[in-house]
Each structure stands twice: as C-alpha cells, then as structure tokens.
Design a protein around this ligand. Sequence first.
Ligand SMILES: Nc1nc2c(ncn2[C@@H]2O[C@H](COP(=O)(O)OP(=O)(O)OP(=O)(O)O)[C@@H](O)[C@H]2O)c(=O)[nH]1
Length: 413
Amino acid sequence: MPLFDQLSIRYKLVVLLGLSLGLGLCVSALVALYSTWAAERQSSLRALHQIAAIISENMRAALAFQDAQSAANMLAPLHTNPHIRYAVVESENGQLLGQYQAPGTTEPAALAWRAQIDQRPGRPGELHEAMERSYHYVIYPIDFDGKRIGTLALLADNDAMYAKMRQFFVLQGVASALILASLLLLSWRLQLIFTRPILQLLALMRRIGRSKDYTPVLATQRTDEFGELYRGFNAMLQEIRLRDEQLSRLATTDTLTGLANRGHALATLQAMATRAQRKREPMGVILLDVDHFKRINDSWGHAAGDLVLQDMARILQANIRSYDLAARFGGEEFLVLCDGADLAITTDMAERIRASVASHSFRLAGGQVLHVTVSLGLHVGSTAPETALALIEAADQALYRAKQAGRDRVEST
Ligand SMILES: Nc1nc2c(ncn2[C@@H]2O[C@H](COP(=O)(O)OP(=O)(O)OP(=O)(O)O)[C@@H](O)[C@H]2O)c(=O)[nH]1
C-alpha cells in the first residue's frame, strides 16, 4: 500500500481506527436491519392470521349452508384494508364459495395469486402461510363440529412492510452517518494520545538537528513507555552534550598544563585581532620562554620539567585578566593574549609575570626547590590589519632580543 505508507502516522492511525470503528458500525447496522426485517415479516403474517381467524369464524355458517351471497358479504369489508389484495373461500371439496379482489387488481394478477395458493406445499386444507418477495398469504382451514368444511385464503401485498423498512432504513442511515462522524472525531482524539509524544520527539529531534543544542528539555511525569522513551532521549542528549564538551575541551586544551593549546590560541588571536581592528582598539601579544629549560630537564629529569611547566601555567593564570588568554604555544613557550591592552598595560602585565616567576619557588617531587626565570617579548597590535602570524612573529622577535640581552627580561617591538 504505497499511498498508505506515505501518510503521516497521524493519518495512518485515523484511517485504521476509522475503518475498524466504521466496520463495526456497518455490521451492527446490518444486524439491526435484518432483525427489523424479520420482525416486520412476522408481524405482517400475524396480522393476516388474525384477520383470517375472524373471517373464518364468521364464514362457518355460509360454508355449512353453501351460501355464496353471505360469503361475498363477509369478504366485502376487506376493502377497508388497502393491503389485502385477494381472498378466496372454498368448501372442503374445492368448490369456490366466495372471492374478493381489491379495487384495481387485474385479472391476470388474481389468477397468478390463485395459482400460487393452489400450488402450496403440504396437504390441502392445512394451515399454511408464505412470504414472497412482493406479497404474503395465509391459507386458513375452517372447521365445524370437529369436521373440516372449507378453507379461506387471504393474500396481502408487502407495501406496508416495505414502507416501514424504508423508514427504518432512512433513520438508520441518518443515525449511522451521525455515529460515523462521532467515531471519526473519536479516532482523531484517540490518535492524539499516541502521536502527540512521537511528534513532540520528532520536532525536538529536528530542532536539535538545526541548532546542535543538545540541552535536554523533555520534562515528563509519564510512567508509560513514552515516559521511558522521553527519559531515554534526555539521557542520550545529556551524554552527547557531555561528550561534546569533553571533545571540545580535548581539542582546545593542552593536557599537561590545562591551558589553551596552540591551535585554540591562534584561532582566538585571529578573532581578537579582527575585533580589535574593527573597534579600533589595541591588543597585546606576549610570548614567553622559560630560560635554560633544557638544563632543568637534564639536571632534574623530564618529570621535574613538567612540574615547572605546570607551575608556570598557574602563575600565568594568576597574572592575567578574566578576558585575556594564556596558552601553551610550544614545548616551554607560552603565549598571552591581552584583549584591548595598550603598550603600557601589556608591558605591565609582562613585567608582573616575569617578576612572579622569578620570585616563585618551584618545588620538585623530591622536595628540592628551583628558581627559574623567563624571557618575554611583547607586541601591541596596531589598528592596521595584521594577521595572527604577523603578530606572533613580531612578539617572537622581541623575545629573541630578550634572550640575546641576557634573559629574565621583557622586550617589546
Ligand atoms: N619536561 C619537558 N620538557 C620539554 C617539553 N617540551 C619540550 N621540552 C624540552 O624543552 C627544552 C627546550 O630547550 P631549548 O630549546 O634548548 O631551550 P632552553 O634550554 O630553554 O634555552 P633557552 O630557551 O635558550 O633559554 C628541550 O630540552 C625539550 O626537550 C615538555 O613537555 N616537558
């Protein structure tokens, strides 16, 4: 069913529910129709029986005396019932005593009915009734003193029965249409119970696909499978969010010192430089290098060197402003980006760092205390466009001069 497959889950459920409820309604309507038809059929035959019983009771004397005139008089009032179309009274030996034909009845029709009555199954003179498509009839035996003296055959059309059936059919149709409309409304309400949570999840999934914001938002008190689905979805979002954070931390952080790594520092420098140029503000770049670091490694081991680098990171963090960035730029080389800082502020910051390092006691795992110095080169970006690499290059030249000038000092471009 390709068309059905293409329908949204909402309409699929409405179609399925509507079809099942509609089918139930059709079956019950057919049952009601059949029962009404059977009841009408029974009641038509019963009514004809009652008329036949009354006429037969009065017809006894006419039969006993073979009085055709009396028989005709007794049949004549039948015209008050427009549905009785034909009646015939015969004596026991089959002799016709009286006959009635409703006004408008043609002779061929009367003859056909007569033939139908004569061909009835069973023994002649026995009580018999039959329901045909367009008429029904009763053959009623007439007894006198315990002896069969004749029979009365009464035939009536089915017009009254069909009129009632038509009326019932119209009523049933109207009721069925109303019920069907209510059932469709009910199907729509019912499908909401199932589709609302699914569509909510779908909308959230689409929104996350667009925004990439994995913050869990589906709060629910539900205790059913949908509640479980919501909670599972929330847990999954939470996990993705944590992993995202972890991944971006790993991608931007130096694992030894916890400072920003080289890649993150360069990207931040580029963004900071662009912003500074747009706002026509200065920005400071400080490049610093641990003096004679190789000696520390060689004398105290690589682990001691690592410890020094970690302490160095802490000193840097302690001496920068919240909106500056300290990064590990290479082995024992660090970069500090000072947002909106002019030469005076940058120089002051570099000097503060140098002095903090020089006065710091680097305590090794074995308890030994080292004193270390750093050389710093700084450059303050002008308002003219400069690439991140050009800014670093300039700071590096200043650093080179600091090293050349004897280390433990700050040089600027
Ligand atoms: N412990 C440790 N050492 C590192 C790391 N990265 C680089 N190094 C070492 O840092 C040292 C850098 O030495 P050099 O480039 O010669 O510079 P330096 O000894 O500091 O001398 P100057 O810079 O001229 O004062 C090398 O011995 C590298 O092996 C690291 O992550 N941990």
